[in-house]
Design a protein around this ligand. Sequence first.
Ligand code: PLP
Length: 464
Amino acid sequence: MKYISTRGQAPALSFEEVVLTGLATDGGLYVPETLPQFSGEEIAAWAGLSYRELAFKVMSPFVAGELADDELKTIIDSAYSTFRHRAIAPLVQTAHNEWVLELFQGPTLAFKDFALQFLGHLLDHILKKRGQKVAVMGATSGDTGSAAIEGCRRCDNIDIFILHPHQRVSEVQRRQMTTVLADNVHNIALQGNFDDCQNLVKASFGDQSFLPQGRQLVAVNSINWARIMAQIVYYFYAALALGGPQRAVSFSVPTGNFGDIFAGYLAKKMGLPIHQLIIATNANDILHRCISANDHSKKTLIHSLSPSMDIMVSSNFERLLFDLYQRDGGAIARLMADFKAGSMRLSEAALAQARQLFASFRTDDKGTIEVIAEVFQSCGYLLDPHTAIGLEAARRTRSDSAVPVICLATAHPAKFPEAARQAGQAQDPALPAHMADLFQRRERYRVLPNSATEVQRYIAAHVC
Ligand SMILES: *Cc1c(COP(=O)(O)O)cnc(C)c1O
């Protein structure tokens, strides 16, 4: 299968090339040239498959011709062997016809493990085959960094360098990164804010001459296609568990960069009967404003109780726009140029289509706390703040209460104790057993000044 850029001016790439590439050379994002289609009978025949077996069925058409069946199976088996729950993605009922899909059973307690455990093993496989070594470099304000480090820590052909803003990430989040003491893992605490981290990473990707001969940087941020692909699987898994495809279900998705819900949109296009796809945002509501009022403009960042959804721009939204504009790369390039200059407006046709595909709802911190308290009271289940926003959106926008609604639970509540405290929990939610000693573990990280020269010198000295 070939992959093409959303802006129409970059060369088409193979799956393997796309995994090793970040942005396309024209500034666009890569998407598959055609989408695999599954019939109702095919999907129905998957009822009862384990998560891993289903992952193979859903992902194999995307890698056809590049990974042999047994190679893909091995990568899937290794990726999901680190999950604590035997179901990998268990469903829990919170009210009549209302469920949460616990996507936090992986090593770092957030749904990003689904994509990054897979990507780590996939990269390792590709690099070994090519006899190549790379450096993964990324910036994080929290969840992505720890999931990326867990994904790469056992990869022989990868050195990973993660920048976080010094003294500006939560202690749980910092320790999840800095207590991984593997030789190929390098945490850099930058004396600056998250934007400084991101700018430094961007500049380093732009000019990689600081690296030793034969090395290149690889991005594992949410625009990496393989991450989206791995996330399609759990939509099928949850729908099948609740009687799909004979019975349609709806999904509500706590949304930041639009990677997770875009995977749900793809599942629907591939043939899974999905009734509603609900975009749930916190006060950083660019996508809710876009769907409800055609207002896709940048606003100042608001720091919320759900920090993993604190974004000003949703980078993966461009992949949807590409479809809404009939895959016209020129139109997307023009729209994105408008947006760069401040804001963009969707055409009437594109907006109408977006509204047909998605509902949206925004919940601020006050609403988030209320939902956590209410759900705990009614069924004794403690939601993390991101999931609470998803559940509230589900309740407020459901169009048919006879259709089961599944809210994606994107993080474990112990990762965000502040929200639990504000919702009236007397004690902080406990970390799962494998992390219970997190606060006693030894940490290792290097504090560096906000200087590209210094950081790049450090990286060059530590790639092995
Ligand atoms: C990353 C993240 C999100 C947002 O996911 P996107 O794919 O960026 O929309 C939501 N919740 C949690 C806990 C996350 O870590």
